[in-house]
Ligand binder design. Structure first.
Ligand code: SAM
Ligand code: SF4
Length: 337
């Protein structure tokens, strides 16, 4: 079945990629993401699994070909494997090209096999350090051994693993070579993410942790000659390869680069708000559209079209003047990273 793009924004960008946060909850409390005493949303605020299925299926009907499930920690949502199972029907029909997720890895020993059985082929696992103590400090509640075991489980299940690491000055800048070699030896791509100003996280100061990926890349080139590659995904990642090994390394630099012109994605929060841009506050309440129209999919599609018609040209993040401009009040765990 061909799936013609029907969601075209005002800047002629076709929307083919939907990221869906299925929960704001998490079993970790990463310092750059949440405060330790986060208050989570009451359950009734969240889209039910049935509502998620209905909405994602409508998006797929409108040309979305790639669905990334995120959170919070998607694998702590009760019943989430039923949702993956349900979405796999769109892979079977050919309407969906890719079903994937971003996870902290803590639950992969339990779920990697089931995910593979649902047609998931690739998974992004967040891991900022290979040092047990640093890991405990960054994630507050996480245990490195459990995540490493989750990575093993994912690879044993045949999932292709990409590691996402947030670049944190004074935290993991001394581990660059180790992380690159460790991932290379395991056949895993590695992507670095600049820390973004999302949500109130208590006393942490992100500017102190900010490690520009330009500097990171320079440091990387000291031990691994790199070649540029043109693997663009429509997202904020740019890729290089390590000349010697061919290992792919990505850089997500939403703050220091403008990647908006090729943006093909929108984000659905766990409460059904559709954000057209990670860096803008504007959103459309699709939960209301769903709940007001239990038997009228056309009305929900109209709400989706109306939302896409408001997709802005780009975002406003700016750290350049050593102050956080364009800071977002919502948390990454709500929007989905
Ligand atoms: N819990 C899952 C995980 O950690 O992979 C999925 C959700 S998490 C919000 C998605 C990604 O966002 C993770 O790679 C995390 O490191 C990243 N992230 C969270 N807060 C961030 C921030 N303030 N700046 C940059 N990346 C952030
Ligand atoms: Fe949880 Fe992921 Fe946020 Fe860490 S980054 S607290 S694992 S949602």
């Amino acid at each position: 079945m061909t799936n013609e793009p029907k969601l075209i924004d005002p800047f002629a960008r076709a929307i083919s990629y939907l990221r869906v946060s299925v929960t704001d909850r998490c079993d970790f409390r990463c310092v750059y993401c949440m405060s330790e005493n986060m208050t989570f949303l009451p359950k009734k605020e969240l889209l039910s699994l049935e509502e998620l299925d209905r909405l994602c299926s409508l998006f797929i009907g409108l040309g979305v070909e790639k669905l990334r499930i995120t959170g919070g920690e998607p694998l702590v949502r009760r019943g989430i494997m039923d949702f993956f199972q349900a979405m796999s029907r769109h892979l079977d029909s050919g309407a969906l090209r890719e079903l994937t997720l971003t996870t902290n890895g803590s639950q992969l020993r339990k779920y990697a096999g089931d995910l593979a059985a649902c047609g998931v082929k690739r998974v992004n696992i967040s891991l900022d350090t290979l040092d047990e103590q640093k890991f405990a400090k960054i994630t507050r509640w996480g245990r490195l051994a459990q995540v490493l075991d989750g990575i093993d489980a994912a690879q044993e299940a045949g999932l292709q693993v990409k590691i996402n690491a947030v670049a944190l000055k004074g935290v993991n800048d001394d581990e660059l070579e180790h992380m690159v070699t460790w991932c290379g030896a395991r056949g895993m791509d590695l992507t670095f993410i600049e820390v973004m100003p999302m949500g109130d996280i208590g006393n942490e100061n992100r500017l102190d942790q900010y490690w520009s990926l330009k500097d990171l890349r320079r440091q990387l080139e000291e031990f691994a000659p790199l070649v540029d590659v043109d693997d663009r995904t429509g997202g904020p990642a740019r890729y290089v390869r390590v000349a010697e090994t061919g290992q792919r390394i990505g850089f997500i630099t939403p703050l220091s680069h403008n990647f908006c012109e090729s943006c093909n994605r929108v984000r659905l929060t766990c409460t059904g708000e559709l954000y057209q841009c990670l860096g803008q506050e504007e959103q459309v309440d699709l939960r209301k559209a769903l709940r007001d129209n239990p038997a009228n999919d056309r009305a929900v599609e109209e709400a989706i079209f109306a939302a896409i018609a408001k997709k802005p040209k780009g975002h406003d993040f700016d750290y350049s003047r050593r102050e956080v401009a364009g800071e977002m009040s919502r948390h990454m765990s709500h929007t989905g990273g």
